[in-house]
Ligand binder design. Structure first.
Ligand SMILES: Cc1cc2nc3c(=O)[nH]c(=O)nc-3n(C[C@H](O)[C@H](O)[C@H](O)COP(=O)(O)O)c2cc1C
Length: 152
């Protein structure tokens, strides 16, 4: 899981999701985007990317360096299946959950395959949102195919 967050809401949801998936027996590597390099995407074949949106449809600050390097490296990601967990607020329409869309489009452009529809949280997260995200993440993992990671 890669986490883009500015004030911690996304991290809160993502932590619950990670805990939930661990209880289901999945092995999770949980990484703040501020600590991640795009090369990490070559080491895994399943990705849940969780991100909020800031400004008018912009990425959260902790994702900016990662994203810039990602565009420069333009890695070939045909091995990667992904799903997006996006937090936003409809009062920012037409930029609702735009950062999630940006990651979605860019991962797809580099060959990654979207495994499941995006889960959007509007102006939350409420407990119900978090429960929904956990349920969604189980469906995401069920939709991932079980091929081994390309580099072990
Ligand atoms: C200044 C500001 C700008 C925002 N811009 C957007 C936006 O363009 N689109 C959107 O969907 N949500 C926007 N939001 C809502 C945040 O994405 C939402 O509050 C989210 O839960 C923050 O998550 P985080 O704490 O993980 O960063 C904005 C919020 C603030 C305070």
């Amino acid at each position: 899981m890669l986490i883009g967050t500015q004030t911690g809401n996304t991290e809160t949801v993502a932590e619950s999701v990670a805990q939930h998936l661990a209880q289901e027996g999945h092995s999770i590597h949980f990484v703040d985007l501020a600590d991640a390099y795009p090369e990490i995407l070559l080491e895994y074949n399943h990705l849940i990317l969780a991100t909020s949106t800031w400004g008018d449809g912009e990425l959260p600050d902790n994702a900016l360096d990662f994203f810039e390097t990602f565009l420069t490296l333009a890695p070939e990601l045909s091995h990667l299946q992904f799903a997006i967990l996006a937090l936003g607020d409809h009062t920012y329409d037409p930029y609702f959950c735009k950062a999630g869309e940006i990651f979605d489009t860019t991962l797809s452009r580099f060959g990654a395959q979207k495994a499941f529809s995006t889960y959007e949280i509007d102006a939350g997260p409420t407990r119900e949102d978090i429960r929904g995200a956990c349920y969604w993440s189980s469906q995401v993992c069920a939709s991932f195919s079980g091929e081994p990671a390309p580099f072990g």
